[in-house]
Write a protein that binds this ligand. Structure first.
Ligand SMILES: Cc1cc2nc3c(=O)[nH]c(=O)nc-3n(C[C@H](O)[C@H](O)[C@H](O)COP(=O)(O)O)c2cc1C
Length: 208
């Protein structure tokens, strides 16, 4: 069956709405140091990756991509974290370098999100492309949550380092946005209190 047909079809019952809201409400960040094996297997990853493609994408530009960093490649990322720390602080201690390197080995599943933000005169501006990437990421996090995995988004100064640009072959106009980590939670924080809609929803008056 082709992907277009698969994604069509209404999901319109109240129960589906409640289920989706519960799933969304259940997602919470679990820091990468608390994400352990098992991570998603190949068929679960396929579901997670396909969820990204359901993101709104103005002009079907596919302005984002994800680079998976499997276990054997983590050492290369560790080298980047260490060299980025060295660029920022050549006086950093051996312990600080070790800590920077160790971050590359957390979480069984690790990906870098890369967005092609383009240039100011592009018809679909960078903010829309970034938003599309955010939707793609959230889609993946939600499917991972539904599959029983925990997740985290992390950033950090190394994302803007020349060494990271080289490692991930970032092209002109591309930006590394964040890492996406997935795995099994060893520990969760209590659910975060979410802001009430009246803090972020308002209604335009019919008259001035
Ligand atoms: C692009 C992006 C990068 C983030 N990077 C970090 C990070 O490096 N460290 C961190 O503690 N939180 C980071 N966060 C925030 C967490 O991912 C998380 O959203 C926040 O802690 C709220 O928790 P919740 O996801 O459980 O609601 C980042 C969020 C986004 C959207």
């Amino acid at each position: 069956m082709d992907a277009r047909v698969q994604t069509a079809g209404p999901v319109d019952s109240a129960a589906s709405g409640q289920w989706a809201a519960a799933l969304i409400g259940h997602r919470q960040t679990v820091l990468p140091k608390r994400l352990v094996e098992p991570g998603p297997d190949a068929s679960q990853l396929d579901l997670i990756f396909r969820a990204a493609a359901a993101a709104p994408d103005h002009g079907e530009l596919l302005p984002w991509r994800f680079v998976v960093i499997p276990a054997p490649a983590r050492t290369r990322l560790a080298d980047v974290f260490a060299s980025s720390l060295w660029e920022r602080d050549p006086q950093a201690t051996a312990g600080q370098f070790a800590q920077a390197r160790e971050k590359a080995f957390r979480a069984p599943m690790l990906m870098l999100a890369v967005v092609r933000t383009g240039s100011a005169d592009d018809e679909v501006p960078g903010c829309e492309r970034l938003l599309s990437a955010g939707c793609a990421i959230q889609n993946m996090l939600l499917v991972a949550t539904a599959l029983g995995f925990a997740s985290a988004l992390t950033s950090g100064k190394a994302l803007r380092s020349a060494a990271l640009e080289r490692l991930f072959s970032l092209q002109a106009g591309e930006q590394a946005v964040c890492f996406v980590s997935l795995g099994t939670a060893t520990k969760r924080k209590p659910a975060r209190l979410r802001p009430e809609p009246d803090r972020y929803i308002s209604f335009l008056e019919a008259t001035p």
